[in-house]
Design a protein around this ligand. Sequence first.
Ligand code: SDX
Length: 376
Amino acid sequence: MDQVELHPGLRGIYLDNTRSSFIDGTAGTLLYQGYNIHDLARESTFEEVTYLLWFGRLPTMAELRQFDVDLRTNRAIPPGVMAVIDLIKNGHPMDVLRTAVSALAAFDPDAGDNSFEASIRKGARLTAQFPAIVATHARLRQGKAPVAPDPLLNHAANFLYMLHGQKPDATSTRAVDLDLILHAEHGSNASSFAARVAASTLADLHAAVTAGLATLKGPLHGGAAEGVMALVHAIGSPENAEPYVKRLLAEGKHVMGFGHRVYKTEDPRARHLRDLARKMGEDRGLPAWYTILTRVEEAMAPLRQKGIHVNVDFYSGAVYYLLGIPEDLFVPIFAISRIAGWICQVLEQYANNNLIRPLLHYAGPVDLPYVPLKDR
Ligand code: SDX
């Protein structure tokens, strides 16, 4: 059998050129369409970052205003999809979101049109509807009536409003907006790669986004933030953090919120979420579990020499928890942000498509004789 070079997990393999984002895993740099994540975190909004990712440049005031209107006026969920959500309201929020997106395709007038213009229209509708779907499901499963979207609220505020049934304060709105900016796009991560594979067959945008959603759910990817809070609850007290982490590591287990396929230094997004979690925690009297998080980070310090540092998900769970968001909504919030990146990647794939079809090297037996059933 011929010798080939295998690349498990496609580790270190470049698929194509992109302008979506630049990641330097050694320096800990992240750029979206050439703009540094630290500048965007400080100055931008999720709406503006989404426009940047899809159109490749920052919008003018008029363009951003129109894009913002497009999002605010497309938040409604078709009654048929609302019925689907209610039917499966006892499912995991990611399963409900994934199913709702599939159902939305049946109601979208542009469903079969893969043109750039139609993809932008569908992308805006899906981006606007994601928060509405997640919030509506969260209320239905509690036996509460859904809250209608408020076009007077921006993307982040409207999500919190539809989730909790009351207008959020500026600090909470800013916290969600910052989190959405930080999670919006990250190159060929597993879920974006899955969306690209679907798009490379010329499947439509809803199919590609559904592929991304299915992939994001895994705990090695989007599911880590939920795992971080489960870890914090299991540890229970700050003094138990170090022994607990040491035990996990001794058992060869991965500590959620640490390590990264590309970053071998601190994930540049983590500092913004660490600061946010600390500030929000201080406002609420620094709950013990925040101290547990810091003790876990201290206990993981020795692994830095192996290139294992805190990643974007370690503190994002703390921010969501402080916002009173249920833990099984943490991955859906990641999806509410990452749909901006998925659509950016799908638009690039459509624009310069090659069917994505890697090889598997056959390592099994050959030419086995077929034994009739009666003789087995
Ligand atoms: C995201 O790809 C992206 O860009 C993703 C993301 C995005 O924005 O889309 O950044 C978002 O998914 C962040 C990652 C969230 N996942 C987690 O926090 C789960 C915990 N992390 C690990 O499972 C792991 O770090 C991965 C999956 C994230 C990366 O794994 P790799 O690149 O396949 O590395 P590996 O598993 O081969 O680990 C290399 C070594 C191993 O030790 P050795 O066998 O060489 O002795 O590092 C160790 C691992 O055991 N290691 C860890 C660890 N992560 C890696 N040890 C303890 N705890 C960890 N978290």
